[in-house]
Design a protein around this ligand. Structure first.
Ligand SMILES: [Fe+2]
Ligand SMILES: [Fe+2]
Length: 259
């Protein structure tokens, strides 16, 4: 069963974390899923891959009537983000799917064949129930070429998608306890998956303007309070895209050896 943690509740808006399924096969990268609720209506942020759909539908049903799940937000096109799409449509056919416009004709390949509501490059407000305050904030090329994070000014939570991802052991705690222990799980991922320092720094500049109490990524651990700023400082100093040097050198060596 997926662990479920309520991250915020002001009586109307709720955030729920779902993740760390002990039954997840080791062949799958672990992913974190989030429900945002406004009254009895819900949206799912990156609801995950096909393989975890049975655990997800069980976890989501504990919190909300499935017919009240209004939408899915796919931050980008990866299978761990939204390859479960056709299954969600099979249980709630009135769903809206929001995704970056560059992926809006690729994501329907996961099945369900419904129209995707295309998020423009500059971002937009994600409607939920009667609320109009959830901001989709661009993070293109961090790592995907069409990619969004989401900020909730009421909960002061930033959903950071693959930014801040940490490939931690299966039984690792969910909240960051000691930031110094995190880079070992984050560094290689960000260096390889994030191609552009310019894109990375543009996103950092954008989110530094926000009042953030919690940063919740799609893999790994949740950053709270000071750890959010610690992460932004660490990310700013990191030279991303730098894995390319080692990889290119490695390929050249292998090619030479093969000659
Ligand atoms: Fe991804
Ligand atoms: Fe991911």
């Amino acid at each position: 069963m997926l662990k479920s943690i309520e991250l915020f509740n002001d009586g109307r808006r709720r955030w729920i974390f779902l993740g760390r399924d002990p039954k997840k096969p080791d062949t799958l990268i672990d992913s974190n899923q989030y429900i945002i609720m406004e009254g009895d209506k819900a949206t799912l942020l990156d609801p995950g891959g096909l393989e975890i759909f049975p655990s997800m539908i069980a976890g989501v049903s504990r919190e909300v009537e499935i017919e009240n799940v209004e939408s899915i937000m796919a931050s980008h096109q990866d299978p761990d983000i939204v390859s479960s799409l056709s299954m969600w449509f099979s249980v709630q056919d009135k769903l809206s799917v929001y995704a970056p416009w560059v992926w809006s004709s690729f994501i329907p390949h996961f099945g369900g064949a419904r129209e995707v509501k295309a998020i423009p490059d500059e971002g937009m407000i994600l409607p939920l129930g009667s609320s109009r305050d959830l901001q989709l904030i661009p993070c293109h090329y961090c790592h995907s070429s069409g990619h969004f994070t989401l900020y909730d000014p009421r909960a002061k939570i930033l959903f950071s998608s693959d930014i801040g991802a940490a490939l931690v052991p299966a039984d690792h705690e969910i909240f960051v306890q000691d930031f110094k222990a995190m880079p070992q799980y984050m560094e290689a991922f960000h260096k390889r998956w994030m191609p552009s320092n310019r894109a990375k720094n543009a996103w950092i500049q954008r989110v530094r303007q926000l009042d953030i109490e919690m940063m919740v990524p799609q893999h790994g651990c949740i950053f709270r309070g000071e750890d959010v700023q610690r992460f932004l400082d660490w990310f700013e100093a990191l030279q991303v895209g730098s894995a390319v040097d080692g990889i290119t050198a490695g390929i050249a060596e292998t090619a030479e050896a093969a000659l």
